[in-house]
Design a protein around this ligand. Structure first.
Ligand SMILES: Nc1ncnc2c1ncn2[C@@H]1O[C@H](COP(=O)(O)OP(=O)(O)OP(=O)(O)O)[C@@H](O)[C@H]1O
Ligand SMILES: [Mg+2]
Length: 262
């Protein structure tokens, strides 16, 4: 199987701090959905930033390793180049342009498309998330959290990326909305063959959705494999899937390394 994204022995540091990532290896096969799990501060967002060329914006630096997209080294390339290579990102916190309308937000994502393709691609997004069509003239800042997440995804998807990076889709959203959004993402994967790297703190959800999963702890991958195997592993069960006596149930991640955030 072809590999869309390959992260090789990647180490990252932020100024005046120790390593935030330490020798991380990860692969996203063509057309597959990969989940990246880990507690607060594990380094998930840092990995997404390193892949998408945004690390330096945050005062971080790759100190070792490599990132390849479809076999081509991409470290150091500006993000507009990465977008043209087919990478798209939904950053942590969604970050839609609040003053712009829904449609204008999608136009930003569609900016790299030939003009003749824009309408059709925007319609495809509206089909995926009909709520956006109903609100297309509204300022994005007036949308609900779930709708803003749909818009952030729509803006990333409108250019039909080969590789979609999503950071914490579920954060702060009602479970039903999150489920509906993931369902639509699955449709995207199945119909367009989009490869995805999904960062999630909600391990239960991510392990249902993804084919493969990696678990980050304090900057290192401590577990990886087929999602079903990761889900069955004892460590994951105790730490992330609510198997502890108290608080068993909904599967919101329980931080295994909370002390590292101090
Ligand atoms: N801009 C920054 N400058 C300095 N240190 C940072 C910066 N961003 C993150 N870090 C540190 O790097 C480590 C990894 O953080 P990161 O945000 O990647 O974790 P995360 O897994 O995404 O956590 P969360 O689940 O809270 O989003 C943490 O110790 C964090 O404090
Ligand atoms: Mg994060």
């Amino acid at each position: 199987m072809n590999t869309v994204l390959e992260v090789k022995d990647l180490s990252v540091a932020y100024a005046r701090k120790g390593l935030a990532l330490d020798g991380v290896c990860l692969a996203v096969p063509q057309g597959s959905i990969v989940a990246l799990l880990g507690a607060n501060g594990a380094g998930k967002t840092t990995l997404i930033r390193a892949i998408s060329g945004l690390l330096s914006l945050h005062g971080g630096e790759v100190v070792a390793g490599d990132v390849l997209m479809q076999g081509q080294p991409v470290l150091g390339l500006p993000s507009h180049r990465l977008v043209r290579m087919g990478m798209a990102q939904v950053p942590e916190g969604r970050l839609v342009f609040k003053q712009l309308s829904v449609e204008e937000n999608l136009e930003v994502g569609a900016a790299i498309l030939p003009r003749s393709a824009v309408r059709e691609r925007m319609d495809a997004v509206y089909q995926l998330f009909p709520r956006l069509l109903e609100r297309r003239k509204q300022a994005a800042g007036w949308l609900s959290g779930g709708e803003q997440q749909m818009l952030a995804l729509g803006r990333a998807l409108v250019a039909r990326p080969h590789l979609l990076l999503v950071d914490e889709l579920s954060l702060g959203l009602a479970p039903l909305i999150v489920e509906a959004i993931y369902k639509q993402l699955r449709v995207v994967g199945e119909t367009l063959g989009t490869s995805m790297l999904i960062v999630e703190q909600n391990a239960k959800l991510a392990l249902e959705f993804a084919a493969t999963a990696y678990v980050l702890e304090r900057g290192r991958i401590v577990l990886s494999g087929p999602a079903a195997e990761v889900a069955a592993s004892k460590a994951i069960h105790e730490s992330y899937l609510g198997a502890r006596r108290e608080g068993a149930g909904k599967g919101r991640a329980v931080a295994v390394n909370e002390e590292s955030n101090a």
